[in-house]
Write a protein that binds this ligand. Structure first.
Ligand code: C5P
Length: 224
């Protein structure tokens, strides 16, 4: 879609979206990453634009075209994504759709790590990355609506509701990784969205349709 609407349920609102994986460098040629395609976050950015919002999209390393009318900031690591997202505040809505690495190598080796004769193992020391979502939620310029994603393999409702409380979110959208529906590299998706006192299933449908439904839900829960 190439037209950029200025009317709609999110007209006048600024929506910040993070999408894609992060890559955590080990040495000049290797990194720790994950299989997030960025499709869901990019679809949310396009849907928010279609709803009339000004959209800023912070993208990890993905092969995706920028939706027309969306401002994109490219990053690589969790630390860079953290800085870019916090630097893009204030916003009315933050949607954390990125699959942020939870751990990063304690240090990046300046030179390519070599195989050493007689050694069969390599120990990589990893340290926690900053929790972008929790930091946005605790920020003095906290958006009115902070939305997280949860990729769970089991006990989806319990873990998603736990994250809603722990990270002080307004909404959490859970998808079942590896199930028949939803997943990292697919074009379609099904979400279960939870908030304090409610829940709603979205899809299964294309990621674009699910994103439009999520944006409708966000617009409906945004204080006037
Ligand atoms: O706790 P978990 O990583 O499963 O939570 C997923 C949610 O938290 C996603 O919305 C993701 O974007 C966000 N997240 C984050 N910073 C991290 C890890 C996860 O913003 N370091």
């Amino acid at each position: 879609m190439s037209h950029v609407p200025t009317a709609g349920p999110l007209a006048g609102k600024r929506v910040l979206v993070s999408a894609g994986p992060t890559y955590e460098d080990i040495d000049p040629v290797r990194f720790v990453g994950n299989r997030s395609s960025g499709k869901m976050g990019f679809a949310v950015a396009a849907a928010a634009r279609d709803a009339g919002a000004e959209v800023v999209l912070v993208a990890g390393p993905v092969h995706m075209d920028t939706p027309a009318g969306v401002s994109r900031i490219d990053v690589r690591s969790a630390a860079q994504m953290h800085a870019a997202v916090l630097g893009a505040l204030p916003a009315d809505v933050y949607v954390g759709a990125a699959a942020v690495a939870d751990f990063t190598p304690r240090r990046v080796s300046e030179h390519k790590i070599k195989k050493t004769a007689g050694t069969d193992t390599l120990v990589l020391e990893l340290v926690r990355t900053p929790d972008i979502l929790a930091d946005v939620s605790a920020h003095p310029q906290r958006p009115a609506l902070v939305v997280g994603f949860a990729a769970e393999t089991h006990d989806v409702a319990r873990y998603a509701r736990g994250k809603l409380v722990a990270k002080r979110l307004d909404l959490i959208a859970a998808n079942l990784v590896g199930g028949a529906e939803g997943g990292f590299e697919r074009d379609d998706n099904a979400l279960a969205v939870y908030w304090d006192g409610g829940e709603r299933p979205l899809g299964p449908a294309s990621k674009h349709e699910v994103a439009a439904q999520l944006v409708d839900l966000i617009a409906g829960r945004l204080p006037a």
